[in-house]
Design a protein around this ligand. Sequence first.
Ligand code: FAD
Length: 383
Amino acid sequence: MQGRGHIGIVGAGLGGLAAAALLLRAGYRVTVFEQAPGFARVGAGIQMGANAMKALRALGLDGEVRRIGFRPESLLNRDHDTGAVTNELPGGDALEARYGAPHMCLHRADLHAALAAAVPAEHLRLGRKLAGLDQHTAGVTLTFTDGARETVDAVIAADGVHSVVREQMLGAEAPRFTGRVAYRTVFPAALLGDRQLGNSRTKWWGQDRHLVMYYITAARDEVYFVTSQPEDPSWMTPESWSARGDVEALRASFADFHPDVRHVLAACPQVWKWALLARDPLPHWVEGRVALLGDACHPMSPYMAQGAAMALEDAVILSRCLAETEADGIAGAFRRYEANRMPRATDIQSLSAENTFLRRPGGTDWVYGYDATTAPLDEPGTR
Ligand code: FAD
């Protein structure tokens, strides 16, 4: 191998695109293989915490996200029925001063489009679904479902919660259905009439269910909410991880929530229903010249809004490890990436599953204060 080498990235989701853009800047030859024939505009919002915004800064995208997104004036937490405030973390300038970056809310598709724009089209292969891979002395050969094959020097598998590469590395094991579903939707704020959301990102906490709502544009003209509630396990089928939901059933299951919540649910025209899936932390993410990244290695409950943030941090740390090596050192750089990312991602994965983050004051500094661009890098085995 000579020079930087050729890295194949499986999956053009948020994590795969971030890794591609950063590795191109580091001088690697990069090809991204994505199963979808194009990018759909899924109706969903996404929060980018200050730690995620610092990772986006490494890509030069923080300005764009700030321009298009909504910067909440606080992260507000309220009891589901009385509306009593249990915790309010100041947002806006105060959060930015405390953590060195803002907390932003935006349309997931707008974030994806910004990341995709950072990867020139000649590095993207759409409609390429990975079937399996094989490591050998000359590199790693990827085989696709249409029979095509490509050989690269190393592979980053950012192929999400149903990762084919994870399965090949660690054995077949379906992600666990948590027994809960998320309803989510995006709709025009005009449908709320005079009773708008307010300028916070608000989480309404019930006994066994909750709902998070916020604007997703700087103009505050689009609204997003996402819920979590128990669901009969018999509902879970391989197809049900993203299906159309029943708005009336959703309204009924939040009937005892505060009138402000019921107003939003009454106004919403349609919803999607997602099974919430989880995996236990994996024993390793790296094998030779193949590394897992993002949901492929640490899928988590969405309760801390940190899944994509972890994928972005992964991409930054991985690119920092790879920037310090040539192609012959890729396997060592992958081990260093794993050693540096696994403890933090595993802690976030575990805390997220508890669904306690932000309900009461405290415990936010280690999450939002982290900066993947400057965090010290340990060598494997030095912890
Ligand atoms: P994905 O985004 O899943 O991308 C994987 C890509 O790989 C896809 O494009 C897929 O088509 C492709 N692919 C899969 N298999 C193959 C194959 N065999 N061959 C080729 N391509 C393949 N995170 C936050 O930070 N903030 C939030 O507010 C937030 N809200 C959330 C709300 C909900 C309800 C849920 C479910 C999640 C939320 N998350 C949030 C988590 C976040 O969405 C994920 O952690 C993030 O999308 C992971 O990115 P990824 O690139 O690892 O995987």
